[in-house]
Design a protein around this ligand. Sequence first.
Ligand code: PEP
Ligand code: MN
Length: 337
Amino acid sequence: MIIVMRYGASEEDILRVIEQVERSGCEAHLDRGVERTIIGVRSGRHDLSPESFQRLPGVADAVRILKPYKLASREFHPSFTRIGLGRFEINEASFGVIAGPCSVESREQITETAKAVKAAGAHALRGGAFKPRSSPYAFQGFGEEGLKWLLCAGQEAELPVVTEVMHPGNIEMVARYADVLQIGARNMQNYDLLKEVASVGKPVFLKRGMAARVEDLLLSAEYLLDGGCGQVILCERGIRTFETATRNTMDIAAVPVLKKLTHLPVFVDPSHAAGYSDYVMPLALAAAAAGADGIMVEVHPNPAEARSDGPQSLTFPSFAELMESCRRVAQVVGRQV
Ligand code: PEP
Ligand code: MN
């Protein structure tokens, strides 16, 4: 439920509402907008009636949120959720870039990549140590050793690191190295994993499942928010359609749809959407033009020799070029890279 305060409601009115919410055993979230103040009521399994709040002084209205996801909705939290990525902040005027190889392959490979993406202007380093591969015979990642290399490379280049966690039993270990925990497309609906990851207290980068609707993605985000993780970054990474010219079909419309429905940052991963490096630049620019808050891009020192996702990985020079073009497009839509 949300309680909308009247324009000019006093502090006393706001406090009275919050007290009544808390007396009912629920949590109140105050969102002071420029035009109106909203109190989101996190009622969980309690059934609170809006009528009991509508008559309080200073209250304009109290209404139930009808969508199946509540905490993730714009109604509950009208203002954008800003999230820090090291010294960089994902906000309404910024365009974040997370870049790095699909897999962490060696200390040298990740260190070299970290330096190159940092020099080109990236804000965070990505790299997988636990890889969700479609084939059991494919390279599965270096595990904890890979995490150590990733963390060192991030520290040397002064970049926060983003890496995937696949198993609830590994969360604690991955969280020791990562600044942001990634939930991959294949695990978007692994609800036990989501519940456990939510309690870590670090931002989560949640990728859309390849056969998940926007609403499914938001419901997965709801698991994280309900579990106590307020810092969730959503990522459109392409969905399965009948089209095979690209690896997946990038659902560009998901960007404005998500921006309308939720207060959480929306990123796009043009690399996994495209599957081929030639298409990564135009898709990344489309994401920026459509209003995305940032992108995640795969970059490798030598894509031809990558142990995973080489065909879609950018070389260092092509990543630098992509950054330059992103800067120009982001500026057109009022953002800074
Ligand atoms: C990845 O980011 O390396 C990855 C495996 O992506 P996805 O989960 O979107 O397939
Ligand atoms: Mn990959």
